[in-house]
Design a protein around this ligand. Structure first.
Ligand code: PAD
Ligand code: ZN
Ligand code: ZN
Length: 380
């Protein structure tokens, strides 16, 4: 029986309030309105950003909410006006939209889109559809969307400019990582830092994002790649993916930036912070060389105001930059990244530590918090 035009009842993980585990619930998902698409999610990764959004320290989170922003699925139905998608298309929802018409989308200088350019933090945006309403209901209550994607629901509704059509042969339980973690880390190295052949790099934090940054540094031809983490169980995979030196800051008496500077004749060319820790961001900037060192911030910090940079650090030629979704223009780039993965150009499979049934979502978050997984992919 066709579900087109009807409310679909399905499984979703709802965060009812901050700091509490998800509850698995039956939700009602309304049909897509104009320029919207309803997607059956097949697989979704679990990213640290979802954990930030449900943490007690993130003051802007709206509840109850369906989180999840690293998914892949199949179009179930389309609303009026949708021209680029049809039922059956394989797709990846995009938390960074690309409307294609705004001043940002028309500029090659940024991957931002006007649809999210005015918000303080992109992870508190896109909590409702563009008409200011939600497509999710549970127990008679409206549930917020998250980042315009809400992939922790078996069915979700997204705006047309927040969706990429991908190769129909792509394995969704792997390419879902292109929806966030892989693209962010890989792009941070090649698009934002613009890592050069023969350069030295350091990557702080070896979760799914940092390991992808290592892959990006290697693909860009870096000759020496430092991988830094306080969890040494991350080092074996970091090495496999291209790290040349693995360092645990807790093994040294001196600050890690000094150790790296000593090992590199004054500092690395590029440093990438993939944790979201203010102190580590300072260390990342501090381990770059004077003259031209570039520090790229990827990690999202939700509980602190920011960090100070001395003008001298910048006057001495260091640069600081940050990335959102690895600098990729989402609609244009995601299908190409999927094609590149299918052509064997990078190794997404290595990032997936566990693949679990969706019902084990709380376990997946525990594995991430305990440092036991790089990425867990949940399948419906
Ligand atoms: P993760 O939690 O899987 O990995 C973080 C890693 O950092 C773990 O291996 C930790 O052991 C390690 N770590 C923690 N503290 C320290 C420390 N003090 N020193 C050294 N290592 C440490 O996270 P993830 O890979 O999913 O995400 C990383 C960050 O990137 C996180 O803040 C997330 O919110 C952010 C992110 N940003 C974007 C973006 O567009 N800017 C996209 C996706 C994720
Ligand atoms: Zn993410
Ligand atoms: Zn735009």
């Amino acid at each position: 029986m066709s579900t087109v035009g009807k409310v679909i009842k399905c499984k979703a993980a709802i965060a009812w309030e901050a700091g509490k585990p998800f509850s698995l619930e039956e939700v009602e998902v309304s049909p897509p309105k104009d320029y919207e698409i309803r997607v059956k999610i097949i697989a979704t990764g679990v990213c640290r950003t979802d954990a930030h959004a449900m943490s007690l320290s993130f003051k802007e989170g709206l509840f109850p909410v369906i989180l999840g922003h690293e998914g892949a699925g199949i179009v179930e139905s389309t609303g009026a006006g949708v021209t680029k998608f049809k039922p059956g298309d394989k797709v990846i929802p995009l938390y960074l939209p690309q409307c294609g018409q705004c001043k940002f989308c028309l500029s090659p200088k940024t991957n931002l889109c006007e649809r999210i350019s005015k918000v303080k933090t992109p992870i508190s945006d896109q909590d409702l559809m563009l008409d200011g309403t939600s497509r999710f209901m549970c127990k008679g209550q409206q549930i917020y969307h998250f980042m315009g994607t809400s992939t922790f629901s078996e069915y979700t509704v997204v705006v047309e400019s927040s969706l990429a059509k991908i190769d129909p042969a792509a394995p969704l339980d792997k390419v879902c990582l292109i929806g966030c973690g892989f693209s962010t880390g890989f792009g941070a190295a090649i698009n934002t830092a613009k890592v050069e052949p023969g350069s030295t790099c350091s990557v702080f934090g070896l979760g799914g994002v940092g390991l992808s940054a290592i892959m990006g540094c290697k693909a860009a031809g870096a000759s020496r790649i430092f991988a830094i983490d306080i969890n040494k169980s991350k080092f074996a995979l970091a090495k496999e993916l291209g790290a040349t030196d693995c360092l645990n800051p807790q093994d040294f008496k001196k600050p890690i930036q000094e150790i790296i500077a000593e090992m590199t004749n004054g500092g690395v060319d590029f440093a990438i912070e993939c944790i979201g820790d203010i102190k580590v961001m300072k260390a990342a900037l501090g381990c770059t060389t004077v003259g031209w060192g570039t520090c790229v911030i990827v990690g999202v910090s939700v509980d602190e105001e920011g960090f100070t940079v001395s003008p001298m650090e910048l006057i001495m030629g260091r640069k600081i930059n940050a990335t959102f979704f690895g600098g990729w223009k989402s609609v244009d780039s995601v299908p190409k990244l999927v094609t590149d993965y299918m052509a064997g150009k990078f190794n997404l499979d290595a990032l997936v530590t566990y693949t679990l049934p969706f019902d084990k979502i709380n376990e997946a978050f525990d594995l991430m918090r305990e440092g036991k997984s790089n990425r867990t992919v949940l399948v419906y």
